[in-house]
Design a protein around this ligand. Structure first.
Ligand code: DX5
Ligand code: ZN
Length: 216
């Protein structure tokens, strides 16, 4: 069964509390929260203040995805805001090992994200020390983009690497996940489906979440 993490980027922010309650009542596993700085990615979303509000209502872990430069500068701030998982991008962290240690020492589960053009081989040495890999299946910055097909091969490669090392690291797929492609993504070896527009643009978001869970 897939783990499902609805991305609040696609939520209606005028009704944020209701959107969070919907996720609480649904079969979703995590809240996925996308932080963008207009530097690493060409868009600005929200920061720790919004995450703090969400975390007060959320009854499920907050999976915070930092698409920002120098993410470790803000690790403590996001911990205080209520992040349970903190994801940093490999492309923004020259001292990735140190950053992962920092996230863990603050009591959060470390995740590492890679962009579509970054090969999975960069993860080989740090896989044992992280909770999950956030594999981007779109170029980060916007919700509602189309899934990049070659991600399927990357999922298979990464899953093989994880299994060969006997690890429990989870593979989370982020970007362009739909009801149509979710089964193939899970077959390729993913564990967690992030879904923004597929969930929040649906007439019945809870039913879509249940459906995504069962597909896996
Ligand atoms: C993209 C974000 C994603 C985004 C996914 O940069 O990291 O989490 O919200 O949105 P959908 O599911 O609409 O592609
Ligand atoms: Zn994300």
């Amino acid at each position: 069964m897939a783990l499902v993490a609805p991305s609040l980027l696609a939520a209606n922010f005028l009704k944020l509390e209701d959107e969070c309650k919907m996720v609480n009542e649904s079969e979703a596993d995590w809240f996925h929260l996308d932080v963008m700085d207009g530097q690493f990615v060409p868009n600005i979303s929200f920061g720790p203040m919004i995450i703090d509000f969400v975390h007060r209502v959320a009854k499920k872990p907050c999976d915070v995805h930092l698409m920002i430069l120098e993410p470790s500068r803000f690790a403590e701030t996001f911990k205080r805001a209520g992040a349970d998982h903190l994801i940093v991008h490999v492309e923004t962290c020259p001292n990735l090992h140190k950053d992962i240690e920092l996230i863990r020492s603050l009591g959060m589960k470390p995740g590492v994200a890679i962009n579509p053009a970054t090969p999975v081989s960069v993860l080989e040495d740090i896989l044992p020390s992280i909770h999950h890999v956030c594999m981007m299946s779109v170029d980060p910055g916007y919700g509602g983009q189309k899934f990049i097909p070659h991600t399927m091969d990357k999922i298979k490669q990464l899953r093989k690497m994880i299994d060969e090392k006997g690890l429990k690291t989870l593979i989370e797929i982020d970007g362009g996940v739909t009801v149509e492609n979710a089964a193939s993504i899970m077959e390729a070896g993913a564990h967690v489906l992030v879904a923004g527009n597929t969930v929040f643009s649906a007439k019945d978001p809870k039913a879509i979440i249940s459906h995504l869970k069962k597909i896996g």
